[in-house]
Design a protein around this ligand. Structure first.
Ligand SMILES: *Cc1c(COP(=O)(O)O)cnc(C)c1O
Length: 395
């Protein structure tokens, strides 16, 4: 009999990954997350991080982090409900609520935790969660943790959403419509004004996950709700602190009632230790910087528009993105991965994204331009894209 500790069943699954050609090693970053990095020992232009504003290695954030460590230490010591709720965490929530122009903001250790905790806490048996088919994995997982039923509507299709609402309105107590604010693989923005109208027509609540809208859309990066001027009409406005804000964590902004309930029922907060003081300190500094000036978001959009326009002029298909997320759609899966490898060989890192993350035949290089890129770096990246595009017969 084989030894149970050999995990033979996993070894077999790993072999299957290798046979399918999808096995990979995790890339190793040997520098801070910057516009130019050393990845797997090679110096490359980084077009793959979510560090939209260049905050991840910003001197002001690092200084604030160090000060927080000096005052509060390396760890929070407990969950918030016992004795891990430090003054710095309260300060963080206060500034987040102010920034988001909402009554309150409730923080989690990550954006993933925020979805895992909030959705199940605000829904129950007898309710239904209605989700855009392209919503993020953490929304799907969060919904699975809820005892509510689930419905799906076609991506950004308002007729489809209304159909699901009509069919279910009378069968359920509460309805929660959930959408990403910005869809991460294509960079398109949710049709939030229409979603909110429909929600109000059918008496449903709305929940927007703005992981890719926070720090990007709206005044100084206040997000999709601010972008569409829908304050007060979206019940749960989720943001991540790990993408544009450059640190780690997540939060949901909304009413004081929401805050009170979550502080009693959000399981990732009840059963997992609070965010480190260092992270909280850095995030407070980041939000302060955004409230002081639009300089960071302006530079992000300027760089993104510059890069997108140059790639488009060369003849690449950059899809229908409305945000700095810039997909270069190649189509064929193998070709996409080959393109990514050739870019890396020539000094540009862009990860290839293929099925099952995106539909079959829509393989793409997903370029993430940041405020930290210089025009020279972007020009160099475009030059290398052109070179590889011609070499592979795509241009
Ligand atoms: C990245 C992402 C998350 C997870 O955020 P983390 O802070 O990295 O855990 C949640 N929702 C969406 C839509 C995301 O893109």
């Amino acid at each position: 009999m084989s030894n149970v500790h050999e995990l033979t069943f996993l070894k077999e699954k790993i072999q299957e990954l290798k046979d399918q050609g999808v096995y990979r090693n995790l890339p190793v970053l040997e520098t801070a997350s910057e516009a130019e990095v050393i990845l797997n020992g090679k110096k490359v232009i980084n077009l793959s991080s979510n560090n939209y504003l260049g905050f991840a290695n910003h001197p002001r954030l690092k200084k604030a982090s160090i000060e927080a460590v000096e005052k509060y230490g390396a760890g929070a010591g407990a969950v918030r409900t016992i004795i891990g709720n430090m003054k710095i965490h309260e300060d963080l929530e206060t500034i987040l609520a102010k920034f988001k122009r909402e009554e309150a903001a409730f923080m989690y250790q990550s954006g993933f935790n925020c979805n895992a905790g909030t959705i199940q806490a605000v829904t129950e048996a007898g309710d239904i969660i209605i989700s855009d088919e392209l919503n993020h994995a953490s929304i799907i997982d969060g919904s699975r943790l809820s005892k509510a039923d689930r419905g799906i509507y076609k991506h950004s299709d308002m007729d489809s959403l209304e159909e699901v609402l009509k069919k279910n309105r009378d069968k359920y107590k509460n309805i929660l419509i959930i959408t990403d604010g910005v869809f991460s693989m294509d960079g398109d923005i949710a049709k939030l004004p229409e979603i909110v109208e429909l929600a109000e027509k059918y008496g449903a609540m709305t929940y927007v996950d703005d992981a890719h809208g926070s720090g990007v859309l709206g005044e100084s990066g206040r997000g999709t709700v601010d972008h569409f001027k829908l304050h007060g009409r979206v019940d749960f406005s989720i943001g991540t602190l790990s993408k544009a804000i450059g640190v780690i964590g997540g939060y949901v902004a909304g009413s004081q009632t929401m805050y009170e309930w979550l502080s009693h029922r959000a399981r990732p907060v009840l059963f997992s230790t609070t965010m480190t003081p260092a992270s909280a300190g850095a995030i407070i500094e980041a939000i302060t910087m955004l409230m002081e000036s639009t300089e960071y978001t302006d530079r992000l959009w300027d760089n993104a528009n510059y890069f997108k326009e140059k790639l488009g002029k060369l003849g690449f298909n950059t899809g229908h993105s409305e945000t700095p997320i810039t997909p270069v759609i190649i189509g064929d899966e193998a070709k996409t991965m080959e393109f990514s490898k050739k870019l890396m060989d020539k000094g540009v890192f862009v990860s290839g994204i293929v099925f099952p993350t995106v539909p079959k035949g829509t393989g793409r290089l997903r370029c993430m331009v940041t405020a930290a890129h210089t025009k020279d770096q972007l020009d160099e990246a475009v030059r290398i894209f052109e070179l590889v595009g011609k070499e592979m017969g795509i241009l």
